[in-house]
Unconditional design. Structure first.
Length: 266
């Protein structure tokens, strides 16, 4: 059971989109272990809820997240190496593992500063949207630490090895325009319309055929670690399933009748 206070992490579901919002603006939306446990619990709920088609991570006010709450690091520095390792595996890293289990789209809405573990949370997501004034940085080297939430695995796969090492070694700030050119984020929206643009983007995906969206995500990620023949073999099995789905029949009927399809996820 989580001991996170109810207002530190907010959870809403609207129009098929579940939004998990870090709400500690006075702490630059940093998070602690109890919050991570609650986060994982809500992701497990999202995984099984039929009314959740898309998941969005974001922060309140001017920060996405500053990562782990450094005010709680004091006790951790006194742990033995084995205790520290167990704590990471059981708490912070459990978020990355839970995200990897979910085949529904997960979007990071980077509304403001994202640093260290906060940026790593965004990197876990399938798609990253960024406000024009937001900045990101990997500050581990400056703090005498290393990425513990999976950043060193995610970042080079997203922007390439050399660009990732540049960010890690220099701890420099990357503005929205550079993040877009690096491929670190997918789209950049003006600050004043950012929330509305994220909502429209997420709802557009939520309106698509749920089985198609989820199978596409599976095939993309599985394909990264498979040879072409294995990928095509698995793909043929998935196509056999979606072609017989009610949603595919509804899509064909809607196309013929020149109307918007109504998908059920079946």
């Amino acid at each position: 059971m989580s001991d996170a206070t109810p207002d530190e992490l907010l959870f809403t579901v609207e129009n098929g989109v579940a939004t998990i919002t870090i709400n500690r603006p006075d702490k630059r939306n940093s998070f602690h272990d109890d919050m991570v446990r609650q986060w994982v619990a809500w992701l497990e709920e999202c995984k099984t809820r039929d009314d959740v088609k898309v998941i969005v991570f974001t922060g309140t006010e001017t920060s996405f997240s500053a990562g782990g709450d450094t005010s709680r690091f004091k006790g951790k520095s006194e742990q033995t190496p084995l205790q520290a390792k167990a704590g990471m595996v059981e708490n912070t890293q459990s978020l990355a593992r839970k995200v990897a289990e979910i085949d529904k789209p997960i979007i990071a809405a980077i509304n403001g500063m994202a640093v260290g573990g906060g940026l790593d949370v965004a990197l876990m997501c399938d798609v990253r949207l960024m406000a024009s004034s937001a900045r990101v940085a990997e500050t581990y080297a400056k703090m005498g630490l290393i990425p513990g939430v999976g950043g060193a695995w995610f970042l080079p796969r997203i922007i390439g090895t050399a660009a990732a090492l540049d960010m890690f070694w220099t701890s420099r700030w990357v503005a929205a325009d550079e993040a877009l050119s690096l491929g670190l984020v997918n789209r950049v929206f003006p600050d004043d319309t950012f929330r509305a643009e994220v909502k429209a983007y997420a709802e557009q995906i939520a309106e698509a055929a749920p089985l198609s969206v989820r199978f596409i995500k599976r095939m993309v990620y599985q394909g990264l670690n498979a040879d072409l023949h294995s990928h095509l073999d698995t793909l043929s099995s998935h196509i056999a399933l979606v072609r017989t789905s009610a949603d595919h029949k509804e899509a064909v009927a809607a196309f013929k009748e020149k109307r918007k399809p109504s998908f059920t996820g079946n």
